[in-house]
Design a protein around this ligand. Structure first.
Ligand code: HEM
Length: 517
């Protein structure tokens, strides 16, 4: 007690606390000014963040605003604040190149919250930092070579037949097709098979649990989960101390058990398959074998430990989350644009026909690579609708920005707003117009390569690029070679986008009418 009057004491303490908070915010909001960087003026208490008012923890809407404001003021980069955290937004493609590629060793980390102790499956390649990331990336890179992709091609092709059957049924019953749903079932089957060695049978609904868990990962449906995510993004150090886990126990247990069951099955039946899990098991066997004799029993018992067995679960879990939604979304948007542009749809179909004819009527791995116009369609789709809206990096040692006296300090987060770059009329005139010819060999030569980054770039780019393109091309070729597609009148047009999330998706359902060819 300070005086005899408790109300007066409470008033003094409250005033002092408020004054300290205001002083802290005031000091924090001077960071960019003190360091001589251009900046966007923050507002108490959210800084420049609008995430709280958009209900979701994504960057899409925010970075669009930052990009526009910085460009309007003629800046190549500029400081913003998420609450009180200083973040540098880089809008100039040359600086983006420096950060992602040339001077990558200053920007190795992504700054993604993970907690190996309380939430082991969060410690996956996307989130790992520095040496741990480098070691894991080196181990996993051979998993994604074109040789390995070729091994998985046949499984993807086989699974596309279930999708075609499902579309056939809808055509026979003259029903509208919720194409996003169909594509999500296809990519769930593919990634379930290629990552976990599991038959998900999504079209038959027998492994509906897999789809449910997939959806649950991205949901911020309850207040406690939203708060956890916001804390993890904005105050990661505090979140670590509090042992916050961003995945629900139900989800991590599900994936853990799936992996353990599959390994057990393979052990009991002496069975191997060309999938990511087997490749991880082989990597592990090889590295352990070089240290001391290794048995499958040891691997399974390791998997029961929080670490290092969870390392494998975390990686296949990541392949699942990174692989099924990104590719199904790319195909969904490609089909949307191909329906709006029937002559382009016809041109892709013609290319598919020619390539199939050349390969004896079969879709082959080699034939897929020959579908150059389809690649242009995917490039243009991912330009307008990049699955990931923003790239992030964290500066790991002080870095002087080229041609300036400015230094980015160690620990500062850098944002690269690729959704805005892709839709900037300076680089892509009439950005809303779907025009795959922007990506013809000739036009690509005059394009700044750092204005189109759907898979990121540099040593930390998307490791699953080849796989993502392969499954998208197989899916599109399977559908377009058999059906002519139109948007059903029951679709609300134009489709509204949910840009508030990290992965862009549609708010409206795209219903398709398919006509058998
Ligand atoms: C159309 C499909 C896909 C798109 C558009 C896409 C996009 C991206 C982007 C933009 C990044 C961040 C890159 C950066 O920061 O520079 C990324 C990272 C990553 N992606 Fe993909 N992705 C796709 C499919 C896949 C698939 C199929 C897998 C796995 C099977 C995958 C696994 C990963 C992983 C592991 C990372 C983190 C890499 C690292 O930090 O070293 N992605 N992806």
């Amino acid at each position: 007690m300070l005086t005899d009057n408790p109300i007066f004491d409470l008033f003094i303490i409250t005033t002092a606390v408020i004054a300290a908070i205001v002083a802290y915010f005031h000091h924090s909001y001077k960071y960019w000014e003190r360091r001589g960087f251009p900046f966007l003026t923050p507002k108490f208490p959210l800084g420049n963040s609008v995430r709280f008012v958009t209900k979701s923890p994504g960057f899409g809407i925010e970075t669009k605003i930052f990009y526009k404001d910085l460009k309007r003021k003629g800046h190549k980069f500029g400081g913003i604040y998420t609450i009180t955290n200083p973040v540098l937004v880089v809008v100039d493609p040359d600086y983006i190149r420096d950060i992602l590629t040339k001077d990558f060793h200053y920007f190795v980390n992504r700054g993604q919250y993970h907690n190996e102790k309380t939430d082991p499956i969060s410690a996956h390649l996307f989130a790992l930092d520095e040496t741990k990331w480098k070691n894991m990336r080196t181990k996993l890179t051979p998993t994604f070579t074109s040789g390995k992709m070729k091994m998985m091609f046949q499984s993807i092709l086989d699974l596309s037949r279930n999708m075609i059957e499902a579309i056939d049924e809808s055509v026979a019953e003259q029903k509208d097709i919720d194409i996003k749903q169909v594509l999500a079932c296809f990519t769930t089957d593919v990634i379930g098979s290629c990552a976990f060695g599991i038959e998900c049978n999504s079209f038959k609904g027998t492994e509906a649990e897999f789809r449910r868990m997939g959806q649950k990962i991205f949901e911020a449906d309850s207040l406690p989960r939203m708060l956890k995510l916001l804390l993890a993004v904005n105050l990661p150090q505090l979140a670590l101390k509090l042992g916050i886990s961003t995945h629900e126990k139900e989800v991590s247990q599900f994936f853990y058990q799936v992996v353990e069951k599959t390994i057990r099955y393979r052990e009991d039946n002496n069975y191997t398959r060309p999938d990511f899990l087997q490749l991880l098991i082989n990597i592990r066997n090889d590295s352990k074998a070089s240290e001391h004799p290794f048995t499958m029993d040891q691997l399974v018992s390791n998997m029961r430990q929080p670490l290092p067995g969870y390392e494998n679960v975390a990686q296949v879990f990541l392949f699942f989350i990174a692989g099924f939604d990104t590719s199904s979304s790319a195909m969904n948007f490609a089909i949307y644009e191909l329906c709006k542009n029937p002559s382009i749809q016809e041109k892709v179909r013609e290319e598919i026909r020619e390539v199939l004819q050349k390969h004896g009527g079969q879709l082959t791995y080699e034939g897929l690579a020959e579908m150059k116009y389809m690649q242009q369609v995917l490039d243009e789709t991912l330009r307008i609708y990049p699955s990931v809206t923003t790239l992030t990096r964290v500066c790991v040692k002080d870095y002087k920005l080229r041609d300036t006296d400015l230094t980015i300090e160690k620990g500062i987060k850098v944002m690269i707003p690729l959704y805005s770059l892709h839709n900037d009329p300076e680089y892509f005139p009439e950005p809303d117009r779907f025009d795959p010819d922007r990506f013809s060999d000739e036009n690509k030569r005059s394009m700044h390569p750092y204005t189109h980054l759907p898979f990121g770039d540099g040593p930390r780019n998307c490791i699953g690029l080849r796989f993502g393109i392969m499954q998208s091309k197989v899916g599109l070729a399977a559908i377009l070679s058999r059906f002519r597609l139109k948007i059903s009148p029951s679709t609300r047009l134009p489709l509204r986008l949910d840009e508030g999330v990290l992965l862009i998706k549609t708010l409206d359902t795209l219903y398709i009418n398919a006509e058998k060819i």
